[in-house]
Design a protein around this ligand. Structure first.
Ligand SMILES: [Zn+2]
Length: 361
């Protein structure tokens, strides 16, 4: 009989005691309390709540459980039994009518962020020397030592991290990367520090390598050239660190997609969106026919942009494209040839090129 005394008692007792009284109001409740139907909070005051049951209502098994915010109860919508009572109200209980009040009443700070070395929360024991004299003279020496050692410990632990994160901040703004990438790299860097992978390698090279991986993962790839230029670390070092870190942190390195490069290269070349869309179409088509597999995505993207620009009447020369993107003309020429031949648009493209040249001459 008494298999689960602690967990089920309240619900049963409530169900027996209340049905007649509780049913009526709770049937009505959904009309005025509809927005409060949030995921169920099953805490009952300070008594640990019974573990949430998968079936919903312990009496009839219905999943239709409703919150009654005025009574602090959750009630089964099918049989009216009270599933949990004395729920804790987790909503904000204060109001503020202007900024001043808000800043005085609010008890929380900004959101935690991995992009700051202390996640945006700083602990400081006492502000400055003046605080020292607020303590009794007996405790003053102890208090002073506490402050001193706290500062020393915090500093030595965070020095490296805060240096690394400011370098990251610099690269992120230089390369105009998203916040998502910024936070991801910051987290990865902290993982690398915790695993002791940073020892013996320069902080800058690790940040650069992580940035390279993450940009690629997030579909906003930057070329090794760009990252190398921005960070001042040579490409070989970035590559080496990148392979090491990826192996140790078990990051799977997916090859970057040529399509991901199109929007950025497109705007570097000041090509219209129409051309960029066209270039992606060309790339999709080429991928279907397997022309691009195994080829470097940067060269492929460059060639596709060249083709799309010609076909849309915004012609750039292969030299121009090569210079802006940072690949050789030969690469573009080769990728271009393979693509137009396979897609059967060679004549069309070459005719357009001739037309444009005639117009210029
Ligand atoms: Zn029920």
């Amino acid at each position: 009989m008494k298999r689960k005394p602690a967990g089920r008692k309240p619900a049963r007792r409530a169900a027996k005691r209340k049905p007649a009284a509780a049913r009526k109001p709770t049937r009505k409740a959904p009309a005025n309390a509809a927005p409060a139907q949030q995921p169920l909070q099953r805490s009952e005051g300070f008594i640990p709540a019974p573990p949430p049951r998968k079936g919903g209502c312990p009496e009839c098994g219905s999943r239709n459980i409703r919150m009654d915010p005025y009574r602090g109860e959750s009630v089964c919508g099918a049989c009216g039994s009270v599933v949990a009572e004395s729920l804790i109200d987790v909503t904000q209980e204060w109001r503020a009518f202007d900024d001043d009040q808000r800043s005085r009443r609010v008890r929380t700070g900004a959101v935690l962020t991995p992009t700051k070395h202390d996640q945006g929360i700083t602990t400081e024991i006492g502000k400055g020397r003046g605080e020292l004299f607020k303590v009794s003279s007996k405790k003053r020496a102890q208090y002073y030592r506490l402050t001193k050692w706290h500062k020393r410990l915090i500093k030595s632990r965070d020095r490296n991290l805060s240096f690394a994160l400011s370098e990251l901040q610099r690269l992120v703004s230089l390369l105009t990367l998203s916040k998502a990438i910024h936070e991801k790299v910051a987290k990865l860097y902290q993982q690398a520090v915790n695993k002791g992978l940073v020892r013996g390698r320069s902080t800058e090279s690790i940040i650069a390598a992580l940035l390279y991986t993450t940009c690629r993962e997030e579909g906003a790839p930057r070329t090794l050239d760009e990252i190398s230029k921005a960070s001042g670390i040579n490409k070989k070092d970035i590559g080496k660190t990148y392979r090491y870190i990826a192996r140790k942190l078990r990051i799977r390195i997916l090859p970057a997609k040529a399509q991901d490069y199109v929007p950025r290269f497109g705007s570097l070349l000041s090509l219209s969106e129409k051309v960029q869309v066209k270039a992606v179409d060309v790339l999709d088509e080429a991928a279907k026919r397997d022309v691009t597999s195994g080829k470097g995505p940067i060269g492929v993207a460059a060639a596709a942009l060249y083709i799309a620009a010609v076909l849309s009447g915004e012609k750039k020369t292969q030299r121009e494209v090569a210079d802006v993107i940072g690949v050789t003309e030969v690469t573009i020429r080769n990728r271009y040839k393979e693509m137009v031949e396979t897609l059967g648009i060679k004549d069309e493209v070459e005719e357009r090129v001739k037309e444009e040249e005639l117009l210029k001459a």
